[in-house]
Design a protein around this ligand. Structure first.
Ligand code: NAD
Length: 269
């Protein structure tokens, strides 16, 4: 990967950027020269801290509060960004949550909330981004593409997950949503890609790594034998958004230490 500022002059919106993977992606995009909108829905303090981190490193960032599952909020976030920064070049659909329960115990509210944020949120943000990318088109010396959309998926795009059916359904949906809009938007020179993280050490899965016992159990699912770090995802996001990845569209890159390699079969099944 080149160490120059590959995203210089570009504007990125990262959803759910005040924590975990979104925070690391925002910091990495900022370090690569992009101006980053730190979307957040919870406390302002964490988002302000990410903005301060990026600015301290010489980058540009702005915190913006919006619930990605609400159409009005998403439209307002894009309108604000385009007014303030003239355009948007990169969208990272990262916001996501879990509300776990067995199927027979799962409430409709918990189903709708997870689908609403993890899947509908990606639809609402991608639609606004695509409108702006199509309006503006390719700008010479900025990027070879008219725009880039990165959809945060999961290994659960392909690995079924009992007790988490709303989450797995949302990520399976993200996979087909990403491919379908990639097909639709490619003629406009817009690239759309998925990132499928395995186990990354963030607040969303704290109970899977907070004790040595839990971590040992988790590591049995990871052939590469380490838990992922948010920075692993940040580096991939920068590369995917850059012109170095200009021929990549419509595919999910799994970044999981081998979690999708069916580790249970390593000893002859
Ligand atoms: P996290 O809980 O640290 O971060 C999730 C972020 O999404 C938070 O900033 C949260 O406030 C935000 N968010 C939730 N609802 C929102 C809404 N309605 N509007 C805007 N923002 C909202 O968890 P994380 O691990 O950093 O997760 C980030 C993404 O990565 C999620 O999409 C998650 O499904 C995915 N992912 C995580 C892992 C992992 O192991 N950590 C693995 C695979 C996929």
């Amino acid at each position: 990967m080149a160490s120059t500022k590959q995203l210089k002059g570009q504007v990125a919106i990262v959803t759910g950027a005040d924590s975990g993977i979104g925070k690391a992606v925002a910091i990495a995009l900022g370090a690569a020269g992009a101006t980053v909108i730190i979307n957040h829905v919870s406390c302002d303090e964490n988002a302000d801290a990410v903005v301060a981190h990026i600015k301290k490193a010489g980058g540009k960032a702005y915190a913006y509060h919006a619930d990605v599952s609400r159409e009005d909020d998403v439209k307002a976030m894009f309108a604000f960004t385009i007014k303030k920064y003239k355009t948007v070049d990169i969208l990272v659909n990262n916001a996501g949550l879990q509300k776990d329960a067995l199927l027979i115990d799962m409430s409709l509210d918990d189903w709708n909330t997870v689908i609403g944020v993890n899947l509908t949120g990606q639809f609402l943000c991608s639609r606004e981004a695509a409108k702006e990318f199509i309006r503006r088109g390719v700008v010479k010396n900025r990027s070879a593409a008219a725009g880039k959309i990165i959809c945060m998926s999961s290994v659960h795009e392909v690995i079924p997950w009992a007790g988490h059916v709303n989450y797995a359904a949302s990520k399976g949906g993200v996979g087909m949503f990403m491919k379908s809009i990639a097909q639709e938007l490619a003629p406009h020179k817009i690239r759309v890609m998925g990132i499928g993280p395995g186990a990354i050490q963030t607040p969303i899965n704290e109970d899977a790594w907070e004790t040595p016992q839990a971590l040992n159990k988790l590591l049995k699912l990871i052939p590469y034998n380490r838990i992922g770090q948010p920075e692993d995802i940040g580096k991939l996001a920068v590369w995917l958004a850059s012109d170095e990845a200009d021929y990549i569209t419509g595919t999910t890159i799994f970044i999981d230490g081998g979690m999708t390699l069916y580790p249970g079969f390593a000893d002859n099944g």
